[in-house]
Design a protein around this ligand. Structure first.
Ligand code: KIV
Ligand code: ZN
Length: 521
């Protein structure tokens, strides 16, 4: 059914690949971005903001490849109200089936005075010129008055009226610093509808940050007062405390249709958990256990009274059904006697269609895991696919690891790495086995990245569960990289995670040289 003209339809504008990627420490390579964009298309978001092309040649290439390969959603690129930004973004959008240029300039007094050093009339002139320039080149133009929620309302109305006259098709109202509150933001949206005479010619959108933990509440208040597009990110990742979380917006509208007057999105809810997991895995931004909708504990009932109630009637304590968001029960699926075909079938059911080569690769790891672990669960398989479908070349790969520990003694680690067809070996100690292994690796790669963060979690249940280690490192050029490693042995998972981050760092520095050449910048 085509519901595009239904006034109750709320458009989901996903900015995981742009604002989400601005999360401190979340860096995605081009292949990872494309993989997320394809998952977002399966999730049926309406718009994918694929990047901010002027910021880096890598970002520009990612927008271009998403525009080329992902056809169902609108593909959007961000640009300042500056010709060079817009030209590069428009160039990247050329292959898109449904392109949109998103242009922004700050309008609040504090940004005008201290960031831009421009008077009000100059801001209006630049905004109008930029929207006209964009509209002459692309049919869909979104305009954002940055820091709108701290802009004098009368001036905001004036800017909005002018950019609509200049051809803006979507007006986005950002709460850039997460300062507003639901009543206030709802009133601002109402004020826009009441005071901007040509507002009917554009779609009103909102973009809320989570500095006070109100991003979702503010977005929903705006929907109540007529906003038709919500900008959000998977798992709520984004600049500082993040953006409004897509899964929370979608499920709030779905669960509370009664108070939102039947407003609905086109999101395929069963894809929510899978997409959340993919974004978490590729960005290295772990999802907290108590996170609404997608956290590990989101549907776990611990108290006896709750469990008793649930057994009598699920709705006593469950307002959403876990299966509706693809929150699959942990299932025993495969064991060491399972074949390649069974693995392929199970992965397809979990939403992973692999190429022959990828399947070969995952099958080898699956067999190794099934040898170590009696029971292989769905979550184990998903984690294996995430880790084994290599998005970064394995410049350094783990060949052999031996750890000798005894109470009161420093551990002794022997490590072999494969590098360009050679084997590098080192033996040494440290204040713990992970510290010792990381020191050995630093020696072998002749670099000393700074370890900014180290986290470990269990992928499934039981003593033989796989441990997933996530590390964040900083290289010589201050670049921050995330790496992940998976194994039933946590020391091995730690080594794999560190090597993964190092390989990404080396790959990125190699790529950026090529990217620059390709872009002539
Ligand atoms: O938060 C913000 O103001 C933004 C704009 C560029 C929309 O991200
Ligand atoms: Zn933002």
């Amino acid at each position: 059914m085509d519901n595009m003209n239904d006034n109750n339809r709320i458009y989901i504008f996903d900015t995981t690949l742009r604002d989400g990627e601005q999360s401190p420490g979340a860096s995605l390579d081009q292949k990872g971005k494309l993989e997320i964009a394809k998952a977002l298309a399966e999730l049926r978001v309406d718009v994918i903001e694929a990047g901010f092309p002027i910021t880096s040649p890598g970002d520009a290439l990612a927008v271009k490849s998403i525009a080329r390969e992902v056809k169902a959603p609108t593909i959007c690129a961000l640009a300042r109200a500056v010709q060079k930004d817009m030209d590069i973004a428009l160039d990247c959008l050329k292959p898109a089936a449904k392109p949109r240029l998103h242009v922004f300039i700050a309008t609040s007094e504090i940004h005008r005075k201290f960031k831009l050093n421009k008077a009000k009339d100059e801001i209006v002139r630049i905004a109008t010129w930029a929207v006209q320039y964009a509209r002459d080149r692309v049919a869909e133009v979104e305009f954002s008055p940055e820091d709108a929620s701290r802009t004098e309302p009368l001036f905001l109305y004036q800017v909005l009226e002018s950019v609509i006259d200049a051809g803006a098709t979507v007006l986005n109202i950002p709460d850039t610093v997460g300062y507003t509150t639901p009543f206030e933001f709802g009133n601002l949206i109402k004020g826009i509808f009441d005071h901007v005479p040509n507002i009917g010619k554009a779609i009103v959108s909102v973009h809320c940050h989570n500095d006070l933990g109100l991003a979702v509440a503010n977005s929903l208040a705006a929907v109540k007062f007529g906003a038709r597009q919500v900008e959000c990110t998977v798992n709520g990742i984004g600049e500082r405390a993040g953006n409004a979380a897509l899964e929370e917006i979608v499920m709030a509208l779905d669960t509370r249709k009664d108070i939102f007057g039947g407003k609905f999105t086109n999101i395929e809810r069963s894809q929510i958990c899978k997409t959340s997991r993919l974004v978490s895995s590729l960005t290295g931004m772990l999802v907290q256990a108590n996170k609404a909708v997608v956290g590990r504990n989101a549907f776990t009932h611990e108290s006896g009274i709750h469990q008793d109630g649930l057994l009598k009637l699920r709705k006593t304590y469950e307002i959403m059904r876990p299966e509706d968001v693809g929150f699959g029960e942990t299932q025993l699926v495969l064991g060491k006697h399972s074949g390649r075909h069974a693995l392929e079938n199970r992965l397809a059911k979990l939403g992973h269609k692999l190429t022959e080569k990828e399947l070969d690769h995952v099958f080898i790891s699956f067999k190794a895991l099934a040898d170590k672990k009696k029971e292989v669960f769905d979550d184990d398989l998903v984690a294996l696919v995430d880790k084994e479908i290599v998005t970064t070349p394995r410049i350094y790969a783990l060949g052999y690891l031996s750890v000798l520990t005894a109470s009161g003694k420093d551990p002794k680690v022997t490590l072999r790495l494969k590098f360009k067809g050679k084997t590098l070996t080192a033996t040494g100690t440290g204040s713990g086995p992970v510290d010792a292994a990381y020191r050995m690796i630093d020696k072998m790669i002749k670099r000393r990245p700074r370890l900014l963060d180290y986290q470990i979690r269990s992928v499934t249940v039981g003593k033989d569960a796989q441990g997933e280690v996530t590390v964040k490192i900083q290289g010589d050029a201050d670049e921050v990289m995330i790496g992940q490693g998976l194994s039933t042995d946590v020391i091995e998972a730690s080594v794999k995670a560190y090597l993964d981050a190092i390989n990404k760092m080396l790959h990125r520095s190699k790529l950026s040289g090529k990217d620059r050449a390709a872009h002539g910048v």
